[in-house]
Ligand binder design. Structure first.
Ligand code: HEM
Length: 404
């Protein structure tokens, strides 16, 4: 080996969530950790973290919210106190960044907007957008299923839901990537993106206060009361921030990874054509197999967890995709099986922070895939080695050219 060769690293003590090979295919490393004597790995990289890989441990940590707090949920970076300085010091991302008791009302106020009957109205407009996107490239016989399609859908849905201009979708996408991709490795980028998002929503909130709109999420939240008192404006600001950051990158990554899978599995496309009733199970299985999200927890006090000496303020990475590939929970976890009988996956997390937008996410994923397959039933990867992935906090395809 020359000094130019990459140094072999031991994933049990030195994993790197941004390592290119890990981002492209994290599953062999996760398996190696999961099946070792120490299924909770540790690294000093990126500020240091622990990474449990077994389903039972990840679910237990998600449920022990008093020990494993949500004071900081990004997978890298300094402690929250240093991040939230300046004019937006009080603006976080409730309810995802909240701990009980506040978490309870932070979550309760937004849940009605994501109930199945509330989100059903987004189905037809989502399908219209999907069709319009496909119109742009269907005659060319080639398209980037990630950048030209998957990436374009959720950002429009969230903008529509928040009542902000859908034609700003590229700008919103840039900000979200600033927080969840480049910003994870560069604090300046992250803070600049955060400021753009919060400046934008500060103006939107001022607008709603001057011109309240009917049945508008921002207007309604501004008028909401808890225990007879109006909710703080920082809360409304934080919810807007979270909607954009949590609702865009996650869903687009799921749609993108699912298309990457379907491009390589004509037999799965055929199953969906032969039996449309398979769709709900197929959506769950794709969510399980390609769960995009890793969240962090901050340890509240020194504790030994499964033999690991965790210290107060340590970061724990909740890789829901690692949990979803645990053979203790799922038979043949690396096989995508639309007929899987037991699928209690945790792509949407577990415990009190379980995804509030899961109904909407499922709707978008199903509509995006159904519309694609109706118009482009046969397609394949143009060049498997040219596909690029983002990882770290949210894993999904970023460039994925397909031919049809
Ligand atoms: C496939 C797409 C999605 C996936 C995989 C996903 C995944 C997750 C996960 C794993 C959590 C738990 C976080 C934690 O434990 O700290 C979460 C929370 C959350 N998600 Fe999603 N999400 C998706 C789409 C959405 C959408 C479209 C929205 C709506 C805008 C949304 C809103 C939320 C909210 C508000 C929370 C916080 C809930 C709480 O803390 O009580 N998500 N999501």
């Amino acid at each position: 080996m020359t000094t130019l060769d990459p140094q072999p690293i031991d994933p049990l003590t030195d994993y790197d969530i941004f390592d290119r090979a890990f981002v492209r295919d994290p599953f062999p490393v996760m398996e190696q950790i999961r099946e070792s004597e120490c299924p909770i790995a540790h690294t000093e990289r990126w500020g240091g973290s622990w990474m449990p890989t077994r389903y039972a441990d990840i679910v237990a940590i998600a449920q022990e919210f008093e020990t494993f707090t949500s004071r900081q949920i990004l997978v890298t970076g300094p402690p929250p106190a240093q991040v939230f300085e300046g004019p937006y010091a009080g603006v976080a991302a409730p309810p995802i960044s909240s701990d009980p008791p506040e978490h309870h009302w932070h979550r309760r106020l937004i849940l009605p907007y994501f109930a199945p009957q509330s989100i059903a109205k987004y189905e037809s407009i989502t399908s219209d957008w999907c069709n319009q996107l496909i119109d742009r490239f269907i005659d060319q016989g080639v398209a980037d299923s990630a950048a030209d399609y998957a990436q374009q859908i959720p950002v429009r849905v969230i903008a529509h839901m928040l009542g902000v201009p859908t034609d700003m979708s590229d700008t919103f996408t840039g900000w979200v990537r600033g927080v969840l991709e480049a910003g994870l490795m560069d604090q300046e980028v992250r803070l600049a993106a955060r400021k753009n998002i919060l400046d934008f929503f500060r103006d939107q909130i001022a607008d709603r206060k001057a011109n309240p709109r009917e049945n508008d999420l921002i207007t309604n939240l501004l008028a909401a009361e808890v225990d007879g008192e109006k909710v703080p404006e920082d809360y409304v600001h934080g919810v807007c921030n979270l909607m954009l950051v949590a609702g865009v990158d996650t869903t687009w990554s799921s749609i993108g990874a699912s298309l990457w899978h379907l491009a390589q599995h004509p037999e799965h496309r055929q199953q969906l054509r032969d039996d449309p009733e398979l769709w709900p199970a197929a959506v769950e299985e794709l969510l399980r197999a390609y769960a995009p999200v890793t969240m962090a927890r901050i340890v509240d006090h020194d504790i030994e967890f499964q033999g690991c000496p965790m210290k107060a303020d340590d970061r724990v990475l909740m890789s829901f995709s690692a949990a979803n590939r645990d053979p203790r929970q799922f038979e043949n976890p690396d096989v995508v099986d639309f007929h899987r009988e037991h699928n209690r996956h945790v792509a949407f997390g577990a415990g009190i922070h379980r995804c509030a937008g899961s109904n909407l996410a499922r709707l978008e994923l199903r509509v995006a895939l159904q519309t694609w397959l109706a118009r482009i039933p046969e397609f394949e990867l143009a060049d498997p080695s040219a596909v690029t992935w983002a990882g770290g906090q949210v894993r999904g395809t970023r460039q994925c050219a397909v031919t049809f």
